[in-house]
Ligand binder design. Structure first.
Ligand SMILES: Cc1cc2nc3c(=O)[nH]c(=O)nc-3n(C[C@H](O)[C@H](O)[C@H](O)COP(=O)(O)OP(=O)(O)OC[C@H]3O[C@@H](n4cnc5c(N)ncnc54)[C@H](O)[C@@H]3O)c2cc1C
Length: 500
């Protein structure tokens, strides 16, 4: 039996759990973090294969400059000086029949790139970007909200109110005629098409990226998680790896601890879950599960993806390939989404390609490059990837891997097939197995208007002393979203468990 010596226990060391741990430990709370894998980060990990260091998932993140939100959260826990953020530029988006290269210069240069291709859409584009900027300003002010502003919410936040139910499609259809510009404006790190995606989310994402740029952490994505863990440990936090939480202990109607799979009990007057809510509910006593189920059955997880990890000795720098390329062959976003939701993959799927060795050559031996190719994919593809039969699972994965490599070779990286030094792939089943995300959901919940803002699950739960953080909760997905969820949850927790 564990001793009752912690102020709080966190289940899962994804970015949300790690950051909550560090923020609470900084305030003097004795926190125990329990993680089922052998390293911190959940989705945000790196893995080694021979001399290669691959990022499991992420490609870039924003808010990394001094004064911006991610940097300032890192500064709070003293981790800002442990990460060097490398700016990503340019970004290349390739569409059927045209391409856009995005460099520095924020809103103006973004507008210029688009106007060079779509001069007849100038009026709509200016209105679109002005709206994006206004919403970006309101979102920024919202996260620093004072009591005075709360009282006068409609006066200070008119666009957040006006657009809270609006999809990206509504705004695109109102402002633009050509399908091409609508497609170009929807080239975002999301798994939803314009008809489902919240416009407030789009505007927040675009305004942050255009204002502050996007970055890659030197040493790889896993370095972010390691830096946060380091801060957590410095503040006296404790972590247990390779331990799976099985049950949450509820006593006198409050969360009071957890049992791990090996039968150990850890007690604390506060429990914070960083695991997907469907898993969390199964950790509760049977009689408490019903009211949760009613709520979580209405939630819609995001789609998953198929990821290819490749190494080559082709000189990609000389070939003029940038760090990030968005490669789209199908122009009908809605049809592509319908296929994915039917469990099918488009013949020529949209691919996000990143080459971290162009920014940080230390991730591979000299002259070698790492390539990560990512395509949105459904969990239900070919009978859940044939997961019941290992041979079938392997065959499906190999076939898709071959197909994507041939496609990249013919379309974008000529000679790739013959100069491959390493290949490996992850399916939605892999993502689910390593992180426990529902059906391998990339981004926790979909960013539909129904799941944004106050309609996204809050951090407190109906059970006293049980909280949730991570990308199934407010405010949104992503490394920054999960970090903000930790910050918001910590504020609520510290109101009830004041710092020591
Ligand atoms: C392919 C891909 C690409 C992405 N690209 C980007 C990007 O470029 N930029 C960006 O900002 N975001 C990106 N994201 C999204 C981002 O990574 C996530 O939104 C974010 O990391 C989620 O963090 P989280 O705190 O919710 O935890 P998660 O990462 O979901 O981690 C949950 C943790 O809980 C642990 N756990 C589960 N069950 C148990 C249990 N029973 N006991 C103990 N521990 C348990 C898991 O092992 C895991 O460590 C990407 C995601 C994917 C999948």
């Amino acid at each position: 039996m564990g001793q009752k010596k912690y102020d709080g226990i966190i289940i899962g060391a994804g970015i949300g759990g790690l950051m909550t741990g560090a923020l609470l430990a900084r305030e003097g709370l004795r926190i125990l973090l329990i993680e089922k894998e052998d390293q911190p980060g959940g989705y945000v990990v790196s893995f080694k294969r021979g001399d290669y260091i691959f990022d499991a998932t992420g490609v870039f993140l924003g808010g990394c400059k001094e004064g911006e939100e991610f940097y300032e959260i890192l500064r709070r826990i003293g981790a800002h000086c442990m990460i060097e953020f490398l700016p990503i530029r340019p970004i290349q988006n390739i569409y059927p029949g045209f391409k856009i290269t995005l460099g520095d210069g924020g809103f103006d240069s973004y507008a210029e790139s688009l106007l060079a291709l779509f001069p007849e859409e100038e009026k709509g584009l200016r209105s679109y970007l002005a709206l994006v900027q206004k919403i970006g300003n309101e979102v920024k002010a919202y996260s620093e909200m004072t009591f005075h502003r709360k009282l006068l919410f409609p006066f200070y936040f008119p666009h957040l109110i006006r657009y809270h139910r609006t999809t990206h499609q509504c705004v695109l259809d109102r402002l633009f005629r050509a399908g091409e510009i609508k497609m170009a404006l929807h080239s975002l790190p999301v798994t939803d098409p314009p008809s489902r995606l919240s416009f407030l989310f789009v505007a927040t994402l675009i305004s942050k990226a255009l204002r502050g740029g996007v970055f890659y952490p030197k040493g790889g994505m896993g370095h972010i998680s390691k830096a946060i863990l380091h801060s957590f440990l410095q503040f006296g936090g404790e972590v247990l790896f390779r331990k799976r939480v099985e049950k949450i202990m509820i006593k006198e109607r409050r969360a009071q601890g957890v049992w791990t799979e090996d039968g150990e009990l850890f007690e604390a007057p506060l429990v914070i879950s960083n695991v997907n809510p469907y898993l969390m509910v199964k950790m509760l006593p049977q009689e408490l599960q019903t009211p949760f189920y009613r709520k979580i059955h209405r939630l819609e997880p995001s789609l998953s993806c198929f990821i290819l990890y490749l190494a080559t000795d082709l000189n990609l720098k000389e070939m003029g390939i940038p760090y990030f390329t968005y490669l789209r062959s199908c122009s009908n976003l809605e049809e592509e989404d319908r296929m994915l939701r039917r469990g099918e993959l488009p013949q020529t799927p949209t691919i996000s390609l990143s080459i971290p060795t162009l920014l940080d050559p230390s991730l591979a031996p000299p002259g070698h490059h790492l390539i990560k190719a990512l395509l949105i994919a459904p969990y239900s593809y070919q009978g859940e990837w044939g997961k019941k039969d290992p041979a079938n699972y392997y065959r499906i994965k190999e076939e898709l891997m071959k197909k994507v490599i041939s496609y990249l070779d013919s379309k974008w990286i000529s000679g790739l097939k013959d100069r491959l030094l390493y290949k490996e792939a992850a399916t939605p089943i892999t993502l689910e197995r390593y992180t426990g995300n529902q059906w391998g959901a990339m981004y926790g919940l979909s960013s539909t208007p129904q799941q944004m803002g106050r309609r996204r699950p809050p951090h407190h739960t109906p059970i006293p002393a049980l909280f949730q953080v991570g990308h199934y909760t407010r405010p949104s997905h992503g490394i920054v979203g999960a970090s903000l969820s930790a910050l918001f949850a910590t504020r609520q927790i510290l109101k009830r468990w004041p710092s020591k």
